[in-house]
Ligand binder design. Structure first.
Ligand SMILES: *Cc1c(COP(=O)(O)O)cnc(C)c1O
Length: 429
């Protein structure tokens, strides 16, 4: 594969952009090698600057539920751009967008648009704190909620007491109000709740974990979180930035049949433009300025272009409820293909899948939380990634990320991917 233009661009990029990238995982650091610079995408495929073709399973890390550049999003954007890029005043499309979100996700009675998933989770936690007057919150080890300071905490030995900052730049003060629990371990939550009586504003979780690979919540786990929150007057926040509109039109909460108090969205909700949103119970949302005292704002929030793309995506979802069955069938087909290949090389690698998000772990232990996820052999993943890439299959350049299937992936794409997977496993083992 000739990647000369990408290589040159990367050398140039590193002079002006830290690490040459605007988001760290793009840099191929955990798989080795240099990142490819992408030029254009159509449907299930994209092409790099050297004109190599790939079947893409990153989908811009989640947004592209319909593949690259679907005409209904592009047409909507073209119309919007003719009218102007930004006004900083309310527009009709924001009202339509908010209404449509409340229709698709019934637990959301009111919603506010922001510019990224990070902003959405940050604002949701602030709303929960402002509304309850409490300061601490619980998050789960291995769940990702964007890069606000108090989310960038992982468990040390003091996991059940005080958080330990993971990233330099996160202060002890910021870490102190973040309590860490173990995913799928309700006892770890109960312990924190009883040792922090009346101090916990919120529990935030990914209802399907998608940032330590794909890890499904065990039966009853999320339901128990709901009960604990009800009993202790804690705000339950579902971070559906990845799962929202991906696993069902109503997100993971639709599948689980559980209503959170607040939800956060991103990725698909922007149709490929930078958008996030948070919403939920009217009572809580009305704590936010200008109705209530909790400050939250954004110069470009509800931006007309972003709303045009996002609204087109959500309207397409509303008008085509059959897409989730289609996505499930395609993803199950890919999963079965992968599983057969794994068996044929005499391995028992763990796989996680919920709808069109899935992950193969290079671990033969069952994966149910962060500690089991990190048993995966990431060196082997790096080799696998490059073998797949050589065969025209573009996966996330890191083990603990999801593979996303879109409606644009054809049976031919999936078959090609399954063959590449078989050859890649044979090449690395
Ligand atoms: C991607 C993601 C975020 C962060 O969203 P950004 O738009 O990257 O800021 C937050 N939570 C979850 C669950 C995510 O997958």
């Amino acid at each position: 594969m000739n990647t000369e233009k990408s290589k040159n661009l990367f050398e140039e990029a590193k002079k002006y952009i830290p690490g040459g990238v605007n988001s760290p995982v793009r840099a191929f650091k955990s798989v080795g090698g240099d990142p490819l610079f992408i030029q254009r995408g159509v449907g299930s495929k994209f092409w790099d600057v050297d004109n190599n073709e790939f079947i893409d399973y990153i989908g811009s890390w989640g947004p592209h539920l319909f593949g690259h550049n679907p005409s209904f999003i592009i047409d909507s954007l073209k119309t919007a751009v003719e009218n102007g890029t930004s006004f900083g005043s309310p527009t009709e499309l924001e009202v339509k967008m908010a209404k449509l979100i409340t229709e698709l996700v019934p637990s959301v009675e009111m919603v506010r648009m922001v510019n990224s998933g990070t902003e959405a989770t940050m604002s949701a936690v602030r709303a929960a704190r402002g509304y309850t007057g409490k300061e601490k919150f619980i998050k789960f080890e291995g769940c990702y909620h964007g890069h606000a300071d108090y989310f960038l905490i992982r468990a040390g030995s003091g996991a059940l007491t005080l958080g330990v900052p993971t990233s330099p730049g996160v202060t002890k003060g910021n870490a102190a109000d973040t309590l860490l629990a173990d995913y799928n371990d309700i006892e770890s939550v109960k312990k924190l709740v009883s040792s922090n009586k009346n101090k916990i504003a919120a529990i935030i979780t990914e209802p399907v974990a998608g940032n330590m690979g794909v890890v499904k919540a065990k039966d009853g786990f999320i339901k128990e979180l709901r009960s604990i929150c009800d009993e202790e007057k804690i705000i339950l926040i579902f971070d559906e930035v990845m799962t929202g509109f991906r696993v069902a039109a109503g997100g993971a909460q639709e599948i689980l049949g559980i209503r959170p108090d607040l939800s956060t969205f991103g990725k698909i909700i922007g149709g490929g433009l930078p958008v996030g949103a948070f919403g939920g119970k009217k009572e809580i949302m009305e704590a936010i300025a200008p109705v209530g005292p909790v400050y939250q704002a954004g110069t470009l929030s509800g931006n007309p272009l972003a709303m045009a793309a996002g609204y087109a995506a959500l309207k397409h979802i509303k008008n085509n409820p059959g897409i989730y069955k289609e996505l499930e069938e395609k993803s199950a087909y890919l999963e079965i293909g992968f599983k057969n290949n794994i068996k044929s090389v005499g391995k028992n690698y763990a796989m996680g899948r919920v709808g069109s998000m899935m992950c193969m772990f290079f671990s033969e232990e069952p994966v149910s939380d962060f500690k089991s996820a990190v048993t995966s052999d990431t060196i082997l993943y790096g080799k696998y990634f490059h073998e797949m890439l050589k065969r025209g299959i573009y996966l996330a350049p890191a083990q603990f990320e999801a593979l996303f299937v879109s409606t644009a992936h054809s049976k031919e794409d999936l078959d090609k991917t399954i063959s590449a997977h078989k050859e890649s496993l044979a090449a690395i083992l």
